[in-house]
Ligand binder design. Structure first.
Ligand SMILES: [Zn+2]
Length: 166
């Protein structure tokens, strides 16, 4: 059983690929246990056409979905609680999680120290988990509180309850 830690979701209008009518598409990025997953789905009440796409892995989240999530929820910033934290364990985690060469890892570290490193809540929350597991105190700052969750929208509700209030 996967353990759901955090879900970010967004609803947006889309055209049915079956009949062309306008419908509501739901995109989700979730931090499940220690991995990032995403899915996009809709069901057309007109022609019965349905779409369900999903995938694991933070790097494979579709750009379009990622942009929508950032526009809807804002960018969550990754912050090192101790500004004097040693760079070595941080860079080790960044290298393992984000890949890239040492120069890029160093730039990412500088971005984090400058408070400029941001992403979706599930992405930055996972990085904060990994950093804490490596002994580095890290937090995620959510720049804007999600709006009131519409009734029955469990995903957004979860997002509100797990979001840090800063
Ligand atoms: Zn349709």
């Amino acid at each position: 059983m996967g353990q759901v830690v955090l879900i970010a979701s967004v609803r947006y209008p889309e055209r049915c690929s079956g009949c062309g009518s306008e419908l509501e598409c739901v995109g989700v990025q979730a931090l499940v246990g220690e991995s990032l997953e995403w899915d996009i789905s809709y069901h057309c009440s007109g022609c019965g056409d349905a779409l369900y796409e999903c995938g694991p892995g933070g790097s494979s989240v579709p750009d379009d979905l990622r942009r929508r999530l950032l526009a809807e929820h804002g960018e969550a910033r990754l912050v090192l609680s101790d500004p004097r934290a040693s760079s070595v364990p941080v860079m080790k985690v960044l290298r393992a999680e984000l890949g890239g060469d040492p120069a890029r890892t160093k730039r990412t570290l500088q971005q984090i120290r400058a408070g400029l490193f941001a992403g979706t809540m599930p992405e930055t929350t996972l990085l904060a988990h990994r950093l804490r597991a490596a002994g580095v105190e890290a937090e995620v700052e959510c720049p804007k509180q999600p709006d009131e969750a519409p009734a029955g929208q469990l995903a957004a509700d979860l997002g509100v309850r797990t979001a840090r209030r800063t």
